[in-house]
Design a protein around this ligand. Structure first.
Ligand SMILES: O=C(O)CCC(=O)C(=O)O
Ligand SMILES: [Fe+2]
Length: 389
């Protein structure tokens, strides 16, 4: 049966919380990939559509062998390599051409081959991405590497997250896939019910240790469309008044993976691990830059602890709206063949866009190293200094 090609999670005992009463909604249902996935059709192609360029990356899943067989995730000690980096980036950027995408978020880089970076270069990559928030590296060989080599590269940045509900290349559950194939009717179905496809989120924030430096690379894409949106959640934090920021500090938010798992189950997809909820600070601090960022998203955040439902909904909705409208701290990343986009999931949110014709293949792979458990540091009145707005 079919999987849900979406975000998702595991288990550490949590205090009892009524996560279901929050405003966050799991909206990714319509992004959940085809109900039935015919691998042979994708391998063959159709009269109108070419076969998959990277058949080794076509999604597979096995309900019988995979559902419920993964143990809860255990805590692990994360090493933040961005802290060890030379901030002048001598290894990463020595031959690079860097162009900022906007004044407040994003860069595009030519002239670097990620797969060839030394350990020092990878440390610099972690810091550079933490600073820029999202970076599009062009002309990469990543998609052509053996999958195990791509995973070995990503594993430097943290323990691989195995998605609870998404399809994966055969034998590599650590790779999360985004795939719309030749017989996909997602766009038509989705817009029967909805007016836009924006789904701001950071990945799998219901995990105890959500991802940090995250890699998404293009395998096949439509001629136009299918861009990805990114928002700088540190800039979103700084844009708020000092009084408002002060109030946000100390608040804790419940994040839930339950709806995503239910959604996968309802579609006949897999749930590799029983879903969990986690409690994270509403404002988190980045371990390498010391920057503070909002850490809420409408996909997975559910409830502010200690607030009544209406209070929690009111504040979370304000923050979602603030982030969604902040075009001046957002960037729109355009995909091209051989592009690897790297973002820091701790300080950004992103949204896919469903704006291309059904049937045109869009196929991406994500490598998702987990990072530290989110933590916060004290509110500091003057401490937006040193960071650009
Ligand atoms: O398809 C996209 O543009 C982004 C999908 C996504 O949210 C992810 O891979 O984490
Ligand atoms: Fe995502």
């Amino acid at each position: 049966m079919a999987p849900a090609l979406v975000e998702t999670a595991p288990a550490v005992q949590q205090p009892e919380v009524n996560y279901k009463s929050g405003v966050g909604q799991y909206k990714e249902a319509a992004f959940g990939g085809p109900k039935v996935f015919k691998k042979d059709l994708e391998l063959r192609g159709t009269e109108k559509h070419a076969p998959a360029r990277y058949p080794n990356y076509l999604p597979t899943w096995d309900n019988e062998k995979e559902t419920g067989v993964y143990a809860p995730l255990e805590p692990f000690e994360h090493t933040e390599h961005g802290k060890d980096a030379d901030p002048s980036f001598p290894n990463l950027l020595k031959d690079a051409k860097v162009a900022d995408l906007t004044a407040n978020i994003g860069a595009e880089v030519h002239g670097v081959q990620l797969s060839k970076l030394t350990a020092a270069g990878k440390d610099e990559l972690a810091l550079f991405v933490a600073q820029k928030k999202v970076v599009a590296f062009r002309d990469q060989d990543f998609a052509d590497l053996p999958i195990k080599d791509a995973l070995a590269f990503g594993g430097y940045f943290g323990r691989h997250h195995i998605h609870p509900a998404s399809g994966a290349p055969e034998g590599y559950p650590e790779v999360h896939l985004v795939h719309r194939g030749t017989d996909d009717t997602t766009a038509r179905d989705f817009f029967e019910e909805r007016t836009n496809s924006i789904t701001w989120h950071s990945d799998v924030t219901y995990e105890k240790q959500p991802p940090g430096t995250t890699f998404l690379y293009l395998l096949d894409g439509p001629a136009a469309g299918g861009d990805t949106l990114f928002a700088n959640q540190a800039a979103a934090y700084r844009r708020l008044s000092p009084e408002f920021r002060k109030r946000l500090h100390g608040l804790k938010v419940v994040h839930s993976g339950i709806e995503q798992a239910d959604n996968s189950r309802n579609r006949g997809g897999i749930v590799r691990r029983e879903p969990v909820t986690s409690i994270h600070p509403l404002v988190r601090t980045h371990p390498a830059t010391g920057e503070k960022a909002l850490f809420v998203n409408p996909q997975f955040s559910r409830r502010i602890i200690g607030f009544k439902k209406e209070e929690s909904d009111f504040l979370l909705n304000f923050l979602y709206d603030h982030i969604a409208k902040g075009q001046d701290f957002q960037a729109r990343v355009k995909w091209a063949p051989n592009t690897v986009v790297v973002w820091d999931n701790r300080v950004t949110a992103h949204s896919a866009l469903l704006d291309w014709d059904d049937g045109a293949r869009r196929h991406l792979a994500r490598i998702t190293p987990q990072a530290e458990a989110p933590y916060e540091t004290e509110f500091e009145e003057a401490k937006t200094a040193g960071f650009e707005y």
